[in-house]
Design a protein around this ligand. Structure first.
Ligand SMILES: [Zn+2]
Length: 366
């Protein structure tokens, strides 16, 4: 992701699309981050270099999307709605996913991504004339629930931490829940059952497991990304140890279909295992990098009276070392491995340090 900048309107050179080229450019990108403070560039230049890694991915500079990451085409209407099990539908715009169940009592909807927005009610109307009677929050984040107001008149369900978090910000598009719970809640509608369970904080406080045992569907948002590496900084998760444990917890459920809330397709049990494998490798390489990265080079090349410059050089360097070991193994297996592994490595390194106490050279002074 540090390609030569093409002239405006010039197609990116095809040679960048080779696997070797991508691995090389990813390594260079990683090296650029670690080297920026080391080379003594101006702060602004170094910052721009780091930002470009996460913000600037022109066409032709990222790895081809692997077949496993591809999902069904999104119709011209901008959304796809499909029955995935008895009366259970998934609805997606290719970036976000939600589900709804058409029951004898009315429609039970889980989440309301604002990018799908008013297409949610249009999609539901293509399969039933019943109104939404039950609305469930997977978690409080507005990118998944910022259109919950569309379910006005329904009974709203959420974990109690979600109610608290929604209360802090008073977003009129995310109504406060009518029903909250701490550990488990069965939501019954007609002949259908949705089992809501909270197993402690993971991606966010109050992020719940939503299981439809009869239909063998499990929805758990912002934890597993079928076909793709997780979003940046381990999905910006607030409790990384809880987030790291959540896929194993998911596998204790009986399900055939996993709804992750994101991107191109639904998942299976095998997608959960694949993400566990990616994350385990990232964790092990992050630990290796903490143990082996030499901070002396950073001290020599930044202003030694600026502890933030030292820390930045150190953490960016450790993350880059971990990411460059992981990306080549995943570039053909998961979408976005070259785009977000560096950011994910950074979050993993920080979690190993501050959650797990693997402090490397910043541990207990001899
Ligand atoms: Zn979220």
């Amino acid at each position: 992701m540090t390609p030569p900048t093409p002239e405006p309107g010039t197609p990116a050179p095809r040679s960048l699309l080779t696997r070797r080229g991508l691995i090389a450019s990813t390594w260079l990108a990683a090296a650029a981050v670690s080297a920026a403070p080391l080379l003594g560039r101006s702060t602004a230049r170094a910052a721009a270099s780091a930002v470009s890694l996460s913000a600037d991915c022109p066409p032709g500079t990222t790895a081809p999307v692997p077949p496993a990451a591809k999902g069904p085409a999104i119709p011209a209407a901008g959304y796809l709605v499909q029955e995935i099990a008895d009366r259970v539908y998934w609805l997606t715009d290719g970036l976000y996913q939600m589900i709804f169940v058409t029951t004898a009592e009315g429609v039970v909807a889980v989440d309301a991504p604002p990018t799908i927005g008013n297409n949610i009610l249009r999609a539901i109307a293509t399969v039933t004339t019943s109104p939404v009677t039950h609305a469930i929050y997977s978690h409080h984040h507005a990118d998944h629930t910022g259109a919950m107001v569309l379910y006005e008149g329904a009974r709203f369900y959420a974990h109690k931490d979600v109610a608290e978090l929604l209360g802090q910000t008073s977003d009129p598009n995310r109504p406060l829940p009518d029903v909250t719970f701490e550990r488990h809640l069965n939501v019954r509608a007609g002949e259908d059952l949705l089992n809501l369970a909270y197993h402690g904080p993971n991606h966010s406080p109050g992020n719940i497991f939503i299981s439809l045992p009869a239909q063998r569907v499990l929805m758990l948002v912002d934890v597993v990304f079928p076909g793709w590496v997780p979003f940046a900084y381990l999905v910006e998760s607030q409790n990384i140890p809880g987030w790291l444990d959540a896929p194993a917890r998911a596998l204790t459920y009986t399900f055939d279909t996993y709804v992750g809330g994101h991107l191109t397709r639904l998942g299976t049990r095998s997608d959960v295992l694949i993400q566990q494998e990616y994350v385990a490798e990232l964790k092990s390489q992050a630990a290796n990098a903490i143990a082996s990265f030499n901070p002396a080079a950073v001290y020599q090349t930044v202003d030694p009276t600026n502890p933030w410059a030292v820390f930045r050089g150190y953490l960016d360097g450790v993350a880059a070392q971990a990411a460059s070991a992981v990306v080549p193994n995943w570039i053909d297996r998961l979408g976005g491995a070259d785009v977000y592994t560096l950011a994910n490595a950074y979050a993993m390194v920080e979690s190993l340090r501050i959650d797990y106490g693997q402090l490397g050279p910043f541990g207990i002074h001899p």
